[in-house]
Design a protein around this ligand. Structure first.
Ligand code: FAD
Length: 309
């Protein structure tokens, strides 16, 4: 728990970012979780995964934008990515995931409207190419505005996906409000530093909440996107889907690029829908710190990489 807190705090440290960014071992570690630095790398990964019957949600890395010009540049990166997805004939397989703080949320009182407008532009482009968008969920401070943005945009883009985090105590209510017909909802445990006042902090409490939310989601009219690598939760999701009479096209599993790739392929081979979250870009630092915080084994992998450089 202490290690996790330290790593999540490090996710926001500019000094540490500068220290690790240039080292070879850091680059090797990044390569395990990040498809590469440019669009071509992301598309190549999407193509490779599609050959194994795996769909993708591509994330242009970046978060906590500090200036409107950066928000504009992140939005344009998504528009360019969607053009390339369309040109590559990957629109049936690849969608995009967007972080609201990358496209303006957090930029003062106008930030919410700016992020909503920018995500709206990404939705228009996705629709024009025949694919979809999912809005990532960030730290607890961003949740209310993110939910308002998604609710507002869904009037025009009903296929806009949204993430809910089971570690937040509020999620049962958010799920009940959101799980209307066809609503694409990605359920995850939650990757940011949890505040005990508003979130479950013990693993077993988060897991129990996940099962409760999954039960509700599978029985609802929404489209469940089960984002976890946890073998127990994956098995429970399968059972609940069957109990709810959902066929393989009526929900999907989602996992992160580089995490349990054999399990991704195994599930796809059973006929299940599986989507892999594929991050790319230069702003990999915060994303990598969250992956290390999730799993001690990833930290020792990182330490070994540094020691053996
Ligand atoms: P964990 O508690 O990390 O792991 C449970 C078990 O899974 C482990 O005990 C082990 O058996 C197995 N396992 C996990 N990792 C490995 C591994 N590397 N190798 C072998 N076994 C492993 N979080 C957000 O806050 N917002 C988001 O928008 C968001 N989007 C996400 C999108 C996707 C597609 C996914 C998969 C996750 C996303 N997350 C997001 C991250 C999520 O919240 C969790 O932090 C992350 O998925 C780790 O939790 P877990 O459910 O995999 O279980």
């Amino acid at each position: 728990m202490v290690l996790r807190r330290t790593l999540l705090a490090a996710a926001g440290s500019e000094r540490l970012r500068a220290l690790v960014a240039g080292t070879g071992p850091a680059r090797r570690l990044v390569g395990r979780f990040v498809a590469g630095e440019d669009i071509g790398d992301a598309l190549e990964a999407a193509r490779r995964l599609a050959a194994d019957d795996l769909s993708t949600s591509i994330d242009h890395l970046g978060e906590a934008t500090a200036h409107p010009a950066q928000a504009e540049s992140a939005t344009r990166a998504y528009l360019a990515l969607l053009d390339r997805i369309g040109d590559a004939g990957l629109a049936r397989r690849a969608e995009v995931s967007v972080k609201p703080t990358a496209v303006g949320l957090g930029l003062g009182p106008e930030g919410e409207a700016l992020a909503a407008a920018n995500i709206g532009r990404v939705c228009e482009a996705a629709a024009a190419h025949g694919t979809t968008v999912t809005v990532d969920m960030e730290d607890a401070a961003a949740v209310p505005a993110t939910l308002r943005i998604v609710a507002g945009l869904r009037a025009e883009h009903p296929d806009l996906g949204c993430v809910l985090q089971s570690y937040l105590r509020r999620t049962a209510d958010d799920l009940a409000a959101m799980a209307g017909a066809g609503a694409r909802i990605r359920l995850c445990k939650g990757a940011y530093a949890p505040d005990p006042a508003t979130a479950y902090t013990a693993h077993r409490d988060v897991d129990s909440a996940y099962v409760r939310h999954l039960r509700f989601l599978m029985a609802s009219d929404a489209y469940p996107m089960v984002a976890t690598h946890d073998p127990r939760l994956i098995a429970i999701a399968g059972m609940l889907a069957e109990r709810a009479g959902r066929g393989p096209d009526a929900f999907e599993y989602q996992m992160l690029y580089g995490v349990r790739p054999d399990e991704q392929r195994r599930l796809a081979a059973t006929g299940a829908r599986v989507r892999v979250y594929v991050p790319y870009g230069q702003e990999w630092y915060g994303y990598l710190a969250r992956r290390l915080a999730e799993r001690p084994a990833n930290v020792s992998f990182a330490a070994r990489a540094v020691v053996t450089r």
